[in-house]
Write a protein that binds this ligand. Structure first.
Ligand SMILES: NC(=O)c1ccc[n+]([C@@H]2O[C@H](COP(=O)([O-])OP(=O)(O)OC[C@H]3O[C@@H](n4cnc5c(N)ncnc54)[C@H](OP(=O)(O)O)[C@@H]3O)[C@@H](O)[C@H]2O)c1
Length: 300
């Protein structure tokens, strides 16, 4: 039976990578190595071993991954396509489990898979699965967590509370799965400690399901003095607008984020997960009180 002990994290300085690194370190279950780009200005806790690598060089990455049982990739948008080299290096180094940078919508849903914003993540899946089919001795897990709950409220992604004019998609009643960054970290620990059960499949986790209207109710409760004037929008219009702009060559963040909103708030995109791996991976449920605590900080 494979036991994961040595774990490399790539992109561990990012919005997701930093909290995942903290949870994995706090678990005290693994020997952690952070792999960071040559030239990166990122800083890490002094107790962590950091290895610099050239992400364009198979040799450099292979040597960075030597001796590792698992590689967790949390690279951001700019690094997504480059994960093919990470995968090839992990295979060359004898790594047993690779977690690509997924951490969002369910790409196994055929409608989600058609959204242009997820092209690089799908290409990564294809590369990894083709290598395994061709006989590479590596396995994968895709962590699917929906929108980040705490981060999503902080940046106004799930509900834009800061400007007082939150956009409510399709009336705002749709329930969607959402997960705190710490719980995504817990899921990664759960995957790494359940090698067989999580082998070559997506795992689905959530802190809870919630609707935008419920989030708004909680926001009103914690900030009764604040005025909210919701703006109603439709995901059909959102998708149409992103499609039209993309067709004109506008490959911008708002266009791509439009597609992410569609994947979360539109009924047809499976944003409310049906079968969950929370129990297997030790991911806890978040109460209204926890959501209120996040909103309180955001609205302070
Ligand atoms: N579900 C959600 O709500 C949600 C929200 C945001 C993000 N996500 C997902 O979470 C994952 C991580 O996103 P993030 O926002 O945390 O990423 P990020 O902060 O933009 O970047 C993460 C790390 O990637 C590395 N990196 C930056 N540019 C790179 C490049 N060109 N090549 C390789 N690595 C590079 C950097 O690490 P070093 O400097 O150490 O090399 C950086 O700290 C992505 O898959 C993203 O789609 C999901």
């Amino acid at each position: 039976m494979v036991s994961i002990k040595n774990v490399a994290i790539v992109g561990a300085s990012g919005s997701l990578g930093a909290p995942i690194l903290k949870v994995i370190l706090d678990s005290a279950k693994f020997n952690i190595t952070v792999v960071s780009r040559e030239g990166s200005k990122a800083t890490f806790p002094s107790s962590v071993k950091v290895v610099k690598a050239d992400y364009n060089s198979l040799d450099s990455l292979t040597s960075a991954f030597k001796g590792q049982d698992a590689v967790v990739s949390t690279v951001g948008t700019e690094g997504l396509l480059g994960q093919s080299v990470l995968i090839d290096a992990a295979i060359a180094a004898g790594v047993k489990r690779f977690l690509p940078s997924e951490f969002g919508s369910d790409l196994s849903n055929p409608n989600v898979a058609k959204l242009p914003v997820f092209g690089y993540k799908l290409a990564t899946r294809k590369h990894l699965e083709e290598k395994i089919q061709a006989g590479a001795d590596i396995t994968y897990t895709y962590v699917i967590n929906g929108g980040f709950l705490d981060w999503g409220l902080e940046v106004g992604f799930l509900l834009n509370t800061k400007e007082g004019k939150p956009t409510l998609y399709n009336g705002g009643d749709r329930q969607f799965s959402t997960t705190t960054l710490a719980s995504v970290g817990q899921a990664v620990v759960g995957v790494l400690t359940h090698y067989e059960e999580t082998k070559n499949r997506p795992v689905y986790i959530q802190s809870r399901t919630i609707s935008q209207n419920h989030l708004l109710e909680l926001a009103k409760k914690v900030a009764p003095e604040k005025k909210f004037e919701p703006v109603v929008a439709s995901t059909d219009d959102m998708k149409k607008s992103s499609d039209e702009k993309l067709a004109k060559g506008e490959v911008t963040m708002p266009v791509m984020v439009g597609y992410i909103f569609v994947s979360i708030f539109d009924e047809a995109y499976g944003g409310r997960f049906v079968k969950l791996d929370n129990e297997l991976l030790g991911v806890p449920e978040a109460s209204d009180a926890e959501v209120e605590a996040i909103l309180k900080k955001v609205l302070a």
